[in-house]
Design a protein. Sequence first.
Length: 381
Amino acid sequence: MTVMAFHRIRDPDRLHALIEAMLLIGADGQLSTLLGRIVQASCDLVGARYGALGVLSADGKSLSRFLTHGMDEDTRRTIGPLPHGAGVLGEVISSGQVLRVDDLHAHPSAAGWPSAHPAMTHFLGVPVTTNDGRVFGNLYLTDRVDGQPFSAEDEDAVAAFGRAAGLVIDQATLRHQLRESTLNEERARLARELHDTVIQRLFGVGLALQLTLAGSLDDNSREHVNDALDDLDVTIREIRTTIFEIDRDQEEHLPLIKRVRLVCDEVTSRLGVETSVNVADGLDAELDRASARAILIALREALANVARHARASEVHVALVMVATMVELTVRDNGVGIALDAPAGHGLGNLRARALEFGGTCEVESAPNEGTLLRWSIPRRE
């Protein structure tokens, strides 16, 4: 349909504008930047006063993001929550087809308008389809600057542009996935190098220093060698912690309980801290993908903090449902922390991630009595 729409455009100026719009959005950049360009370019293409790009959610039935053009930030904030795909917007979502309306208020699917919403009359909705035929989202344009309703030529131009935009989004997504893959490979290579080479060399240096201690040394020299051995132990522990932190969880297809156990097994094998695990049955059915990943990231952060600071020999991990919250607890038998001391990056990250999901992060500790971390987020199915 889009190719046909392209060939129906006879106006040289319109064709030139369409090509310019395609070149504008084709520039390399982050996907979020690209989406903003698409909205602006589609408005410029047909002289629309307002435009938006609604990105479809995973189920394809509602909008997960809504990027706008033509409204200032104050107006957008005053309007209130962004739309999720009801009314006329939902018509384009459900049909997957272009929709052109001369009077929005007279349309059967017209919904109520927030009082602060700018007046809009003419409407053009166009799917943005990727190369595999998947509808990524929809372009929504309203009210040409010249006051005229959108024409059939406008519809053809935006339909062709929507198809081109889908191809560019495909390319941007592939570039992002390639960068992620390359980054993951580099992180894995770095972890192997640190573990297989750097730590082994440090062990060798430590053994050499211990042999030196067996010889005849004055008290001052013996003290310096012992200090150096202590520094080596700390350095090796920090490197192991770094390896643990840069190894990302690549087992998203596994059940959550299995992934939690894999993370805890890493602590035992790489960081030398015995870890026990208790995960409530059925949690996978209670969590969406983002929540499960947030929990695993929080667990890694918490265990890395234990390895770096606690000087613990045992850690107990539990993941359970408490009312409508999913609660992660990490208890160690280490030296404890001063609760009135400024929070470090690790604890700060844990608190920030909990707040991002509408949850909480609490710490109980006392000197030489270990630390208990309670990290919880609401269940999001």
